[in-house]
Design a protein around this ligand. Sequence first.
Ligand SMILES: Cc1cc2nc3c(=O)[nH]c(=O)nc-3n(C[C@H](O)[C@H](O)[C@H](O)COP(=O)(O)OP(=O)(O)OC[C@H]3O[C@@H](n4cnc5c(N)ncnc54)[C@H](O)[C@@H]3O)c2cc1C
Length: 343
Amino acid sequence: MSRVLIVGAGLTGSLCACLLRREMPNKVIVVWDKSRGAGGRMSTSRSPSDASCIVDLGAQYITATTYYAKMHQNFYEELLAHGVLKPLVSSVEGEVMKDGGHKNYVSPTGVSAIVKHFLKQSAGAEVFFDHHVTHIYQKGAIWEVCRKGGAPEQFDAVVLTMPVPQILQLQGDVGSLLEKSQRQQLEAVSYSSRYALGLFYKAQAHIDVPWAAKYISNNPCIRFIAIDDKKRNLESPECGTSMVVHTSVPFGIKHLEEAKEQVEPLILEELNKLLPGLPQPDSIKCQKWRYSQVRSSVADCPGQMTLLSQPLLVCGGDGFTHSNFDGCIESALKVFDVLKHSL
Ligand SMILES: Cc1cc2nc3c(=O)[nH]c(=O)nc-3n(C[C@H](O)[C@H](O)[C@H](O)COP(=O)(O)OP(=O)(O)OC[C@H]3O[C@@H](n4cnc5c(N)ncnc54)[C@H](O)[C@@H]3O)c2cc1C
């Protein structure tokens, strides 16, 4: 029975696992992710002292344009039916959208619920966290995959869904398999970098602003702020409020190689200038997004790139489309197409 390894439990990897499970139930599906939990750049963080107080550190809300609402209707309907998505009803100041007919959605239990939903739908898939892939070797008709701190394992097919620079960092046979044009295409993919701060407050704390989320223009440090529970329309007196702050890309790039501990106070100082009188947070989580959103994807957005067909080694993720929910869905569908014809 074919054994398929999916590297990455972000949205692309999870949906690949789900599609495989639904349409090819006899395959053994294994998912490895280097993090401690599912989500990738759709991650949700919890307050250390109050598990109900959460913050989305990466993706904030899902925007369905008229085109993609129709194109990916079944996925939107599935997530709405399970309560994983709900319409965003709170106010987002300064949002720029070209498509007047778009709809925004939020996840009431945090954006990682989208990824977890698709992992759950891949029932039977073996999902392992703290599994950091380092080397991939071709051994005849199979792949041998090595990870930090564990024994190598063998697979009939491997799907890579991490950001493109992390694919290029893999050791073993990946580098030598790449054709010159593939390498050029992959090396041309670029990402923005930014920091995110998650601030968790005690239940009594109140943040008095007229919006749930706001894009900040003309600030060198801060680009976006959301009162996370308000964004999800879930404000409750029993639960502490939470806030997420995204820095601008120039700030992210300028401080990219510094330690998070050094950068956090700089962001807090700017936040307190923008919103004076904020209550003292109970705890803070600082996240460096070295690979935040795709600025330039693989040319013509093919959704996937097949590095070898037998044994199959295929890459996907937002680097092959565009950086949002629909970009990941599009990529997962393209990767699944390749898997279907190869396995
Ligand atoms: C700050 C920010 C704001 C955003 N805002 C929005 C938004 O509002 N709306 C929206 O739709 N999108 C938004 N996005 C984009 C969206 O989050 C991404 O497009 C999407 O999450 C990418 O999913 P993915 O599965 O392709 O990649 P990822 O989520 O990056 O998943 C890849 C996974 O691979 C794992 N991995 C990496 N290397 C290895 C390795 N060697 N071994 C094992 N595992 C590995 C990682 O831990 C990760 O979990 C935002 C992103 C960021 C960072």
